[in-house]
Ligand binder design. Structure first.
Ligand code: SF4
Length: 293
């Protein structure tokens, strides 16, 4: 591991359990558009692959996002990571790159991070590296097209929505090839997998195996939040989740401290302030905020 990789892993609250007590992250909701439809996603809320269920973030322009970083970094020196995780897919939004470029120029010490469904990862990898992204989360829920067709109902690429079989084939190819290319390019990579009982249970250990073999750093298995087309599927119990993590851990380290952040989250994991509470915090000041809120 290079010194740079070591620095990212030890200072990033998602990649290192002990860092999540010390370091915080700021998520910038600049990316509303998405290019696929996951059957468990309701698009009026933030992307379900990374975000807390049922939450909608107010979208910021790149300049507003930059101003937010400036404002917060002047006051909170625990923030080590700036992430873009939605509310849609960051790679499907040009605003993502404009935002990261602005921030990287002014705050090169901050770790830039991004989450994606992976469809555009091959196409956008060069841009990610150019704007200074250092760590990446890719949500991969399947290895076979049969399972992927059960999970995704639409894939749109280059301005067209494809026939679903072709669409999921392209999605899987781009996710897995993109994962390998991102690792080869030196990015620190986390794989998120939504655990959907009866749909992808059989493939999660395979995802863990292939992701670990490709060199991904960590895997985060997220229990399905039943909604949209999957409202009838029961959320996996803690026991089911722990068993799945135990099986998958033989191939790749497992993340167990995930708090499913909001797309506008701020702070240390588990002590989030969203944009509204943040505004209140700046108006009231720390002492009064703690008393009132
Ligand atoms: S990638 Fe995220 S925003 Fe897009 S459909 Fe899937 S869960 Fe929803």
């Amino acid at each position: 591991m290079t010194t740079k990789e070591h620095y990212i892993i030890t200072n990033h609250p998602c990649f290192n359990e002990s860092a999540h007590h010390k370091f915080g992250r700021l998520h910038l909701p600049v990316a509303p558009a998405c290019n696929i439809q996951c059957r468990y996603c309701i698009r009026k809320y933030d992307c379900s692959n990374e975000s807390r269920p049922g939450v909608t973030s107010k979208v910021l322009t790149p300049y507003e996002a930059y101003e937010r970083v400036k404002h917060i970094s002047g006051r909170d020196n625990h923030i080590s990571v700036i992430g873009i995780a939605g509310p849609g897919d960051p790679l499907a939004n040009e605003a993502t790159f404009e935002t990261l470029e602005l921030i990287n120029k002014e705050f090169p010490e901050l770790i830039l991070c991004l989450s994606t469904n992976g469809l555009l990862l091959i196409d956008k990898l060069k841009d990610l590296l150019r704007v200074g992204v250092k760590s990446l989360t890719i949500t991969i829920n399947a290895v076979t097209t049969e399972t992927a067709e059960k999970i995704y109902s639409k894939v749109c690429y280059s301005g067209y929505c494809l026939d679903n079989h072709e669409g999921v084939r392209l999605l899987l190819k781009n996710q897995w090839t993109g994962l390998t290319l991102a690792i080869e390019a030196g990015l620190i990579v986390k794989v998120n997998t939504v655990y959907i009982p009866g749909i992808n249970d059989g493939e999660i250990p395979l995802i863990a195996h292939d992701a670990g073999k490709a060199g991904a750093n960590i895997m985060n298995i997220i229990p399905l939040y039943p909604q949209a087309e999957f409202i009838h599927i029961e959320r996996p119990s803690h026991e089911m989740l722990n068993n799945m993590r135990a099986i998958s851990r033989q191939y790749i380290p497992q993340m167990t401290h995930c708090r499913q952040c909001r797309a506008d989250a701020l702070g240390v994991l588990g002590e989030d302030r969203d944009m509204e509470t943040e505004m209140l915090y700046s108006i009231l000041g720390e002492e009064q905020y703690d008393r009132v809120c």
